[in-house]
Design a protein around this ligand. Structure first.
Ligand code: ATP
Ligand code: MG
Length: 399
């Protein structure tokens, strides 16, 4: 299926109309107003472009685009005693426009003191002025998908970043997925620790194995379903500019689900952990197979090559193809596209691919926030986007 204007005509545009940052990274305060079209942020290195995208990534549940500690995000300032955090905590507020609805969404950090005079920080979320019970409520209002320069290395090295990338994509469709993944990983950590400490608490170990069995199969099933969902939208664009990506899940548990019902696979996974108890207790380097080892494999379909052997630009184009498939599939399934955070994406693309990307973004009815150092790269977006020059943590609209 090709993502064109006709199949997306009933999709609502979800966009940030106003964004206000306070004490966020290099910004003491910053305000941006948009016309809900794509937003281009241009300026020199270190200007504050990526920080804006990171702020937007906090409008979705999770740890944000840089997986930063909450305390690292607060504005740091020079003082007589060195570099210190700004006295006030950081916040990100957005007026979100969704079809004919307007919602005020905010997130930031709250400091909680305890009796001994120590304090801890936690992230809070407000929706239309009311504190939300959990970050999860943000996912019902908007979702974001990002591509960053750090992801240029996604296809090289270990599977963990690829797994996280896929899990984030699944999460936009299934808000329970993050909880299940976290619960599985928490149980696995606890189980491994108990065994290494020589624990003989069979009941507790059994309870953890039960949880890993249940959560693990649910995680595997959700990943399988999402890979199949994305596959339908990974066809090339009409002009055949982006490569056709082929994606595949490489995981033992995921393959079990090809051949057996979920309940049987759950029992098998539980049993596998039970059988591995002795080995894990005796050997520091042993970890049983499970959904924590699954991988997302990506191929360049026409060339038949795995993504890691493709050129830098081809790898970027494959990632873009996946993100566009996600956006199209989400737009059709949920009725609104995600906000796309595209950090320095234009840099590795030739002119033809760059322009095709801009066309696809505009056709998707998605608000993309795109950064770059050179404004000339975005010429083809001139009449179709809001442009801002960013320098020294100041934003100026370019007309
Ligand atoms: N907590 C913080 N407090 C103050 N400044 C910060 C904080 N965290 C990061 N910065 C600074 O913010 C500045 C802007 O960073 P950002 O990553 O947004 O730059 P950029 O415009 O994307 O640059 P590039 O083109 O190099 O990617 C950097 O100089 C960085 O050191
Ligand atoms: Mg940057």
């Amino acid at each position: 299926m090709v993502a064109n204007k006709s199949i997306l005509k009933d999709v609502d545009r979800v966009g940030v109309e106003k964004l206000t940052l306070t004490n966020f990274r290099c910004y003491e305060t910053a305000k941006i107003e948009t016309s809900l079209r794509p937003v281009v942020l241009c300026g020199p290195n270190g200007a504050g472009k990526t920080n804006i995208l990171e702020a937007l990534s906090y409008l979705m549940p999770g740890k944000g685009m840089r997986s930063a500690k909450l305390s690292d995000v607060t504005l740091l300032k020079k003082s007589d005693s060195g570099i210190v955090p700004a006295s006030r905590l950081w916040s990100v507020f957005a007026k979100v426009n969704r079809g004919d609805e307007e919602l005020n969404v905010g997130t930031g950090v709250e400091r909680i003191s305890n009796i001994e005079g120590h304090y801890s920080e936690r992230r809070i979320v407000k929706i239309n002025g009311e504190q939300a019970k959990s970050q999860g409520e943000l996912g019902n209002i908007l979702t974001t998908v990002w591509l960053t320069p750090a992801m240029d290395r996604l296809f090289k090295g270990g599977s963990a970043p690829r797994r996280s990338f896929l899990d984030r994509l699944v999460y936009a469709f299934d808000s329970e997925h993050a909880k299940r993944t976290a619960s599985y990983e928490h149980s696995l950590k606890e189980w491994t620790k108990l065994l290494k400490e020589g624990s003989k608490d069979g009941r507790w170990l059994g309870a953890l194995e039960q949880n890993m069995g249940e959560q693990g199969i649910a995680v595997a099933a959700a990943r399988r379903e999402h890979v199949a969902r994305l596959d339908k939208f990974l066809n090339p664009d009409e002009k055949n500019v982006f490569p056709r990506a082929k994606i595949k899940l490489d995981g033992l548990v995921e393959t079990w689900l090809d051949n057996m019902p979920a309940l049987e696979a759950e029992e098998k996974l539980k049993q596998q952990f039970f059988n591995a108890r002795r080995l894990v207790a005796m050997n520091n380097n042993v970890s049983p197979d499970g959904v924590h080892k699954s991988d997302l494999q990506v191929f360049h379909q026409e060339k038949g090559l795995p993504a890691e052997t493709c050129s830098t630009g081809e790898q970027k184009a494959l990632l873009i193809a996946i993100v566009l498939a996600q956006a199209t599939s989400q737009a059709l399934n949920k009725g609104f596209a995600p906000i796309l955070l595209l950090d320095e994406v234009a840099a590795h693309l030739d002119e033809k691919r760059r322009d095709a990307l801009f066309d696809r973004v505009c056709n998707l009815n998605a608000q993309a926030w795109i950064t770059g150092t050179d404004v000339d790269m975005f010429k083809k977006l001139q009449e179709r986007a809001d442009f801002f020059h960013v320098e020294d943590a100041k934003l100026k609209r370019i007309v």
